[in-house]
Ligand binder design. Structure first.
Ligand code: NAD
Length: 356
């Protein structure tokens, strides 16, 4: 197969981790006889510096023309003082909206080799952690109206959390379809005791669940869910939730599994073209030091092969190579343990590519 990938290296550790994912993809291409043609796209701080815009239209067009998009991370202290619409993260929000990527899948899986890196007690970890957060990505409070006005001599800020039925229905269907391929359990996480938008989520999901009688469906308030994730994460299979709750819970979920550096994600809309990125940010504290963990990005590339290109065997080969490297004790600094071999970001990429 011949596939075009729009590659967004971004800021901070972005270029370092994306290089390692491309190294692994090159190895897959060589082994399985594919051609991956990469088209570089500027987004985030790097695009602000070069073009004065976190995502110029020409860059969005490149993403729309590609078969899929691979992203490192954007943002950093250099651009933090800019007004909202000009900040690096705005490029990411515009990319998701421009590509119509409404569903974000974030698997939280504990690799047994990293069990000791989980902050949870062994008695909790032993039960296993393997769930997936299905997060709505292009609506809700991040996309509602934001405004700050003067009232009675002080500033008053408002952010609107808005959801339409069709937006809930399509993400709900993705959650149930995904659960059908897993342990057949969906938990809707919301704040229906307070928010109208959450009550609408529940009403719509009740309709969608009728189409999936095999799936066990439950509901949980977000405050309780954040506790339950720490108390007994093994109870979850698929969590479906809105944009902001999903953002927060998936970061919590990532820490349960040991390190944020391991977790990939996929963002998809109605077609097969998606955007794939690790769930962490640009880690400015370790940028340029060749010590970031590239596995989240490498596993994101594997998700791209599986979900956008239908290359299941190739994706499985990447996951198996990661497993082998971990079994062989190869570790970046964030997951280093006694008796293991510490490696740099690029050495981890080499180690995984060599095991494909
Ligand atoms: P972060 O995820 O960048 O970093 C949090 C901590 O995790 C840091 O200590 C960092 O060193 C560590 N870390 C993250 N990824 C790692 C990896 N691959 N290997 C080893 N350690 C890793 O979160 P932050 O510090 O809150 O944000 C930094 C910047 O990234 C901000 O500008 C933020 O807006 C941006 N951000 C971007 C995205 C994105 O591009 N999708 C997502 C989140 C945050």
């Amino acid at each position: 197969m011949n596939k075009t990938i729009a590659v967004i290296r971004g800021d901070g550790i972005g270029p370092e981790i994306v290089n390692e994912a491309l190294k692994v993809l090159d190895k897959v291409a060589e082994k399985y006889g594919h051609t991956f043609t990469c088209d570089d796209v500027d987004m985030g701080g790097v695009a602000i510096d070069k073009w004065g815009d976190p995502l110029p239209q020409a860059m969005l067009d490149k993403c729309l023309a590609a078969d899929s998009v691979l992203l490192g991370a954007v943002g950093g202290p250099n651009w933090e003082g800019l007004p909202g619409p000009q900040r690096p993260e705005k490029g990411l929000l515009r990319l998701r909206a421009g590509m119509g990527l409404y569903s974000n899948l974030r698997p939280a899986k504990l690799w047994p080799q990293l069990a000791q890196a989980s902050p949870l007690k062994p008695s909790i970890v032993e039960k296993g952690i393997d769930f997936l957060v299905v997060r709505e990505l292009i609506s809700g409070i991040y996309f509602g109206e934001h405004k700050t006005v003067e009232e009675n001599g002080e500033k008053v800020a408002t952010d609107v959390m808005r959801y339409a039925e069709h937006e809930i229905e399509r993400i709900g269907r993705i959650a149930f379809e995904t659960a059908m391929k897993r342990r057949k359990k969906v938990t809707c996480v919301d704040k229906a005791n307070v928010l109208d938008s959450s009550r609408l989520w529940r009403a719509v999901l009740h309709r969608v669940k009728e189409e999936y009688p095999e799936v066990e469906y439950g509901e949980m308030f977000v405050d309780n869910a954040s506790m339950q994730l720490v108390k007994d994460p093994s109870q979850f299979d698929v969590i479906v939730t809105g944009n902001m709750f999903g953002d927060i819970l998936s970061d919590e979920a990532s820490m349960l599994t040991g390190t944020i550096g391991m977790i990939p994600s996929s963002s998809l809309g109605d077609g097969t073209r998606g955007m794939y990125e690790p769930i962490h940010g640009s880690a400015p504290d370790i940028a340029g030091q060749n010590k970031a963990n590239p596995i989240g990005t490498i596993l994101s590339a594997a998700m791209m092969l599986k979900y956008s290109f239908g290359m299941d065997a190739e994706a499985a080969a990447i996951e198996a190579a990661v497993n082998k490297a971990l079994n062989d004790g190869v570790r970046t600094a964030d997951m280093m343990a006694e008796g293991c071999t510490p490696v740099s970001c690029s050495e981890m990429g080499d180690a995984i590519a060599a095991r494909i």
